[in-house]
Design a protein around this ligand. Structure first.
Ligand code: ADP
Ligand code: G6P
Length: 469
């Protein structure tokens, strides 16, 4: 068994399952923030990534990607239902996102979640060399840190939550709140997107586990756990180099011609998820059309909504509602050869996504709750000049960093409409000032800075521990 000094454990491997039939393994990113973020730092790092390949049943061996080894995990049909679709995506995901969709508490799912977490912990323990760092990712694997501590007391354990951590009154609804909190606090370092999350966890650790401490350190069972905010980011250099590629530049020009050179383009790019506020923005756009405040001859919307978690009922019904609404808006306001919305329910490769970002006049990012939202950062990085406006929900983690976006409360449809109009009407000097400030921020806070900050902090927990009596 080959072992690594850095092991990443995430529910999903960063590539599509069908990429490895003939042994030729192509790095094809699965859509989603976690995969986008970690891909950038791990492609060149000697490490092992433990995760699920995306299909049901046995796991095939996968060849290395550069210096990164892949350790695929199998999930059975029952595990998919109980662990991934059930506890992770029908209980934790909605609850952690402010319960914008009702979380389901199904007692049967818990046991499966626990069993799968145990298997991931065992696999990680197997591939970690003595004294290694093991970095566990996200809400699917919240029990893994504690399980790993029991299996491998010699390793340093990091946990990073890509999604929001909810306020205590919401977390308290969870029937398995004690186990989940204790599981996560098995780590030496627990990282979040926002400082508020660390605050929430400190309060819960006191209330539920009898720990003590504050927003940076929690003392529990004779151990010190470091906590803190490490806002995740994107590979700015990769986006820049993509955006300068002749293919991308030509593709952006072509898209512009196809959409109508004289038109203003509103663009949204999301996984098709109820947290993304897609319906709220469609309502705002539709009302602007209804009231004649925007006209189909002047403005067009492009909504990219990549399929996601399609076996979960709330995702299926969301898709039906969105597709119905897009059809209604096009039916009412579109003209022959001139739809009000182009709706694209498909994955895009990075180059085509970058070309789309370059085509937009206004990027509309309106999640009701989002840990970070990397799409907003990708849009800024993909622009080669200082044109373009970003309309961004206050409820995305990214809003704390991209303060020069047109910030908006997506629940306030009237406010959203006014903000869209303001962004459409903003003059070039205002847009340029906003874009410059946002670009400067992401340039100094890119994915490499994030990984460095996190892994340095994790390393320091080891050094601190050595100095303890
Ligand atoms: P989430 O993590 O909730 O999916 P983020 O905005 O943080 O939201 O990350 C989404 C990631 O998925 C981004 O890196 C984005 O480029 C990628 N993505 C979104 N839509 C598509 C698509 N249609 N095809 C390919 N990648 C996509
Ligand atoms: C979010 C989560 C990730 C997840 C991604 C895509 O970014 O934080 O953990 O991988 O969505 O979702 P999926 O269910 O397809 O893995």
């Amino acid at each position: 068994m080959r072992q690594s000094s850095l092991v990443v454990v995430a529910n999903r491997l960063p590539l599509d399952d069908n990429a490895a039939m003939d042994g030729a393994c192509e790095w094809r990113r699965s859509p989603g923030g976690l995969s986008s973020a970690l891909h950038a730092i791990l492609e060149q790092t000697p490490a092992t990534w433990v995760g699920w390949g995306g299909s049901i049943g046995g796991a095939r061996e996968l060849p290395d990607i550069g210096s990164l080894r892949l350790r695929p995990m199998a999930l059975s049909e029952d595990e998919m239902r109980g662990y991934y679709e059930g506890f992770a995506n029908s209980t934790l995901w909605p609850l952690y996102h402010d319960a914008v969709e009702q979380p389901v508490f199904d007692r049967g799912w818990w046991e499966t979640y626990r069993t799968v977490n145990q298997r991931f912990a065992e696999a990680a323990a197997e591939v970690a060399e003595p004294g290694a760092a093991i970095w566990v990712q996200d809400y699917h694997l919240q029990l893994v840190p504690q399980l790993l501590r029991e299996l491998r007391p010699d390793v340093r354990i990091g946990f990073f939550l890509h999604v929001p951590f909810p306020p205590p009154e919401l977390f308290m609804q969870l029937p398995r709140r004690v186990e989940l909190l204790r599981g996560m606090l098995g780590a030496d370092l627990v990282g979040f997107q926002r400082p508020q999350a660390a605050h929430n966890v400190a309060q819960l650790a006191t209330k539920l586990l009898g720990g003590h401490g504050g927003d940076e350190e929690i003392m529990l069972d004779g151990r010190t756990i470091r906590t803190g905010a490490f806002p995740v980011s994107i590979d700015v250099a990769e986006m820049r180099s993509l955006s300068a590629r002749p293919y991308v530049v030509n593709q952006a020009r072509q898209l512009r011609r196809d959409l109508g050179t004289h038109k203003r383009v509103l663009l949204s790019v999301d996984r098709l998820d109820y947290t993304k506020g897609i319906e709220h923005r469609l309502t705002a756009y539709s009302e602007l059309l209804r009231d004649g405040r925007v006209k189909v001859r002047d403005v067009v919307m492009v909504q990219v909504a990549v399929p996601s978690r399609e076996r979960v009922e709330s995702y299926r019904s969301l898709r039906d509602r969105i597709e119905g609404e897009v059809g209604r808006i096009n039916g009412e306001y579109g003209r022959v050869g001139e739809p009000a919305i182009h709706y694209l329910n498909q994955p895009f490769d990075r180059a085509d996504l970058t070309a789309l970002y370059q085509t937009a006049d206004v990027m509309v990012v309106t999640p009701l709750r989002d840990g970070m939202n990397l799409v907003a950062k990708e849009f800024v990085a993909a622009r080669r000049d200082d044109t373009g406006a970003l309309v961004l929900s206050e409820f995305a983690g990214a809003a704390a960093e991209l303060e020069d976006a047109f910030l908006v409360n997506p629940h306030d449809v009237d406010g959203l409409k006014e903000t869209l109009l303001r962004a459409l009407a903003a003059d070039a000097s205002e847009l340029s000032a906003r874009m410059k400030a946002m670009r400067a921020h992401i340039t100094s806070h890119d994915i490499h800075a994030w990984a460095r900050a996190y892994l340095t902090a994790l390393d320091e927990t080891g050094r601190l521990a050595q100095h303890l009596p």
